[in-house]
Each structure stands twice: as structure tokens, then as C-alpha cells.
Design a protein around this ligand. Structure first.
Ligand SMILES: [Zn+2]
Length: 84
């Protein structure tokens, strides 16, 4: 189990304790991992950016293809001259 040190009495307590069992003071929520969180945020933002840019690329490709469909003349069977 992970432990941390009480900021008031410096005793070792449970890592997720809300109240110190030695000095019985309310403990602030676990905020020691802020740096790691920001790193996770960076990774999440990077991943989101990759996903968004990938989606944008696909959308651009799709629109370009669709433009081709629209500009491409419809295929018709070769006109047959009626027999005399
Ligand atoms: Zn304490």
C-alpha cells in the first residue's frame, strides 16, 4: 500500500487517508501527483491532436473524392443510332 507523510505531524499515513490517524487533522486531497497529471494531460492532448488531424485529413480526402464524383460526367451507355 502506498503511504504518504502527514503535512502536520510528519507521521506516515495511508496514501489516500482523508484524516490523519495520529493528529486527527483533515488532510488535503492527494495533490502530490500534479506533475504526473500534467504529463498525462500532455499525452492526452497529443493523442487528441493526432486523432483530430487524422480525422481532418480523412474529411479533406473524402471531400476531394466527392468533388470528383460531382464533376465526373455521369456514365451513359453509348448512344445507339436508330436503324433506318
Ligand atoms: Zn498527522
Amino acid at each position: 500500500m502506498r503511504t504518504r507523510t502527514c503535512p502536520f505531524c510528519k507521521e506516515e499515513i495511508h496514501g489516500q487517508a482523508m484524516v490523519c490517524r495520529y493528529c486527527t487533522r483533515d488532510l488535503p486531497p492527494v495533490a502530490q501527483r500534479q506533475k504526473k497529471n500534467s504529463h498525462t494531460w500532455l499525452a492526452a492532448i497529443t493523442a487528441a491532436g493526432i486523432i483530430v488531424s487524422g480525422a481532418a485529413f480523412l474529411a479533406a480526402e473524402f471531400l476531394r473524392e466527392r468533388k470528383n464524383w460531382l464533376t465526373e460526367p455521369p456514365r451513359r451507355p453509348t448512344p445507339q443510332n436508330p436503324p433506318d
